[in-house]
Design a protein around this ligand. Sequence first.
Ligand code: COA
Length: 262
Amino acid sequence: MERKSTLTSIKNGILTLTINRPEKLNALSQATVLEISEVVDEIYNNDEIKGAIITGSGEKAFVAGADISEFVGFTPAEGKMLGERGQFLFDRIERSPKVIIAAVNGFALGGGCELAMCCHFRVAAENAMFGQPEVNLGIVPGYGGTQRMAQHTGKGMAMELLLTGSMIDAERAKSIGLVNHIVTQEELIPFSETILSRIISKSPMAVAKTIKSINAGYDDGVDGYKEEIKNFSESFDTGDFLEGTSAFLEKRKPDFTKGKSN
Ligand code: COA
């Protein structure tokens, strides 16, 4: 399928996915969601890709939400399908064994804020603005916003943000734990690439199992501590463990590209 609203590039093992509908502030149409799904499949399956950055085209918006024009005349059944598709995709991003960072370069509203929140962490440009303005539209966030905002910022903060629908700037977002770093617009991608490069030089097996263990603590009916022990014990049976510990004892840098990591 020809991709019309997203751009991708791969450099040094890092895939950059740019949501590219700047004239609509990169709003997520259903076609855009499908394109992102294809790219996420590629992140999972292409061995050349070690990690990814998601960002928006232009300097004004990361993603200004789901495409509101597509909601007109929706039935509850259509709304359910839209929410399910969006949640399925964002869950796959959150559970990706390869790290995915959101580089937020402007408005991250509604589905855009939800997209940023399902990434493993967020780096913001100084002009970034976050919010879940659905209450203004007479709807409820449908791509995981009610859950992940509370996970990232705490229940009371999520209540206030989602119930007022107000936007917060990058400084405020950082102060409540929604973003890890604030940099200039020019530095946003290079800075994100630098952090990603550091992560992808580590054991891919350990990175994947760490993501899995942290996520387990947020899964219904799963004991995160038990999942951690399972992943910890499985690590000892991997090439990465052999390489990492040998390198330490031999006082050299580990080379995790040598063998299969699990
Ligand atoms: N869905 C569809 N189109 C959107 C959109 C969205 N979520 N967000 C922005 N756009 C479109 C606008 O309709 C406009 O299109 P037009 O030029 O054809 O009229 C274009 O993007 C530019 O947006 P505009 O509103 O003119 O820019 P602005 O700088 O005045 O305002 C925002 C920026 C982000 C404050 C404003 O666009 C906005 O409130 N967007 C909706 C945010 C939202 O509610 N998102 C949650 C959706 S669930």
